[in-house]
Design a protein around this ligand. Sequence first.
Ligand code: BGC
Length: 762
Amino acid sequence: MHRTIELPARFFRSSLYCALIVAILAPAKVKAQESYLNPRLPAAQRVELLLKQMTLEEKIGQMCQYVGEVTKNAAGNKDEEVNYVVGIGERAQLIKAGRIGSFLKVPTYKEANFLQKLAEESRLKIPLLIANDAIHGHGMYEGAVTIFPSEIAMAASFDTQLAYDVAESTAREMRATGNHWTFSPNIDVVRDPRWGRFGETFGEDPYLVSRMGQAMIAGYQGKDFSGPDQVLACAKHFIAGGVAINGLNGAPADVSERTLYEIFFPPFQDAIKAGVYSIMPAHNEINGIPCHAHRQYLTGLMRQQWGFGGIYVSDWMDIERLCTVHNVAATEKDAARIAVLAGLDVHMHGPKFFDHIKAAVEEGMISSARIDDAARKILYAKFQLGLFENRYVEEARIQRTLLRKEHLATALDGARKSMVLLKNQNALLPLGRNIHSIFVTGPSADNQAMLGDWSRIQPAENVTTVLAGLKSAAAPGVRIDYLVCPGYRDLDEYALRKAQALAGAADVSVVVVGENSLRNNLQKTSGENLDRATLEVAGGQAALLQAVKSSGKPVIVVLINGGPIASEWMAKNCEAIIEAWEPGMFGGQAVADVIFGNYNPGGRLPVTIPRTVGHLQAFYNHKPSITHRGKFYQSESTPLFEFGFGLSYTQFRYDNLKLASHIGHQDDLTLSVAVENTGPQAGEEVVLVYLHQQVGSVTTPVKKLVAFERVELKAGEKREIKFTIPNGRFKIYDQDMKFVLEPGRFDIIIGNGLLQSTLTID
Ligand code: BGC
């Protein structure tokens, strides 16, 4: 599954490639001006043939990305963006003049075809790359599509095959609608859950983030994105936006070089190894340098050291912000020059970039080789994706692709796999035959908040809300009472009294609370550009929970949220808690399956849940000294729920951890452990393997995740699970920041301390 693509960068750099180009161009058997249109030639050769015919303007045009239909509505845009809006007439002229290379946010296939038609009328007929934020399904498309669980939910499944399948299906739906480039995966490691974009990420652990990110890249791009159902992936946002000051989107990040190398860089390094073809820098500055101007990281580190050969695309307005926000450029023209010299290839959104770059080249500030370099990578993607031959899409393909049976099956399977059962007092769940009436309430019980960010509202019949899921799965005769609770922000006394009364009249209550990150809705509580000052459930939801609880009947809390919810009151007082995250279009069905026992939950937390916002930062892989002196006044320092935690309706027993007591300095470690389902029913367990270095020349974490596998076991079944830990996982950055393996003793820890063994590396 985890196939890697051959990096074009290596190909471009090799002398073999240059020799090949010379040999091909010399005899000129095919007319030079036509040969790049010859589909039989390899993509890299076609690129060179085309580049030879392009003017400077056409090459810079490839670097310019414009927005689709949203630009029509200048009034709806924020002030800072009004100047960047270009009407469709002007855009049409620019496309025909070869001065636009790509688009983002093209809402329909008709518009995609329309834009491609204009591009075909340009001198060189270069097709457009069309990009979209299709991060857990093609949710920004204007039409009904498959909405999968969001990234944080996928991370909770600890199932890389799920991430692969979601990406593969998303790519298929994108290509069917004329889209070729997704701004996903988001491989930000998050250490500040106040960040409203938490749900877009795979959580706090760099290894889990890497594995899920690599799986998605493989699902999107396939071997080399040359297939008709593949798209370019984009690893974002480089770097450390998940630890920006106060969790505010785009605020400065001040992070030590050591933490960058240990925690934040590895997922990007691994994404490059997986062949990701584009990378997006972050809005924020890192240690005083805005990411969009970071030449040392973008070019020195990622291109030259790590071998990244794809496209850097700027984030929305971030080149301009070098001047308008960060003040590292006096003018927007300077900003454009600084960004391109730092390594940026594609400018997202806006018409002025073209003139700035053209002037900078003419003034000798940017070399034409730098422009060729950017255009070459963009054109390579277009040839490789097959766009010169096939730029249009037809309705018939859309009909047979969107919401395809296999996609829907993946969406349901993913929703089930990502559920984490956090509490189940007295085995309240699954509900038994003694339950005859259920009271359902909470602002997320019957709406589409469960779709998460980067999704438009879907047709109601395509989304199973929790209320709908419960109604359809409840046994005949079970009464379901529902109280509409519209407000995430406020709840009046009347609603609270009514909730209490209805809860009292039922056997059990299901209260669906959490966050709402659904795009473009007025009840939003988190998401892009909306961060959290508290990790408690927002607004009146805590009061609602308390009112329901005061009825004296048991309470099942269903959490719908991207970022973790930290509520000590809820954890102590409510009988059951299901962390459902943003489970996508079948979320309600998956929740009902867990509540009625049609599915045995097996998800695990991909994030540490602290007791309160005041306990931040809270992550499991901390250094040993964290609480050796300091304590919190009147509060414990342990988390509310640990990373990796999650209950099941069955029990698992671990034994027989087998590993060598010594390995050599360059050896990988193989180990195995037996896991047995000792309970009464089938279930899924996530086997987690952690590493701890006993003594090092620098401090090392109390433990770090080095392997995991989700396994399905029937009742009574026992299985030996094998792992190989690559030698590199034992390495650390020493005092000189050299990445070395320091011989010594290492603990291998299974689960959250279930079994442990020590090994010596000579
Ligand atoms: C976000 C990116 C996104 C881009 C395009 C930005 O505001 O930070 O993640 O890809 O918008 O929609």
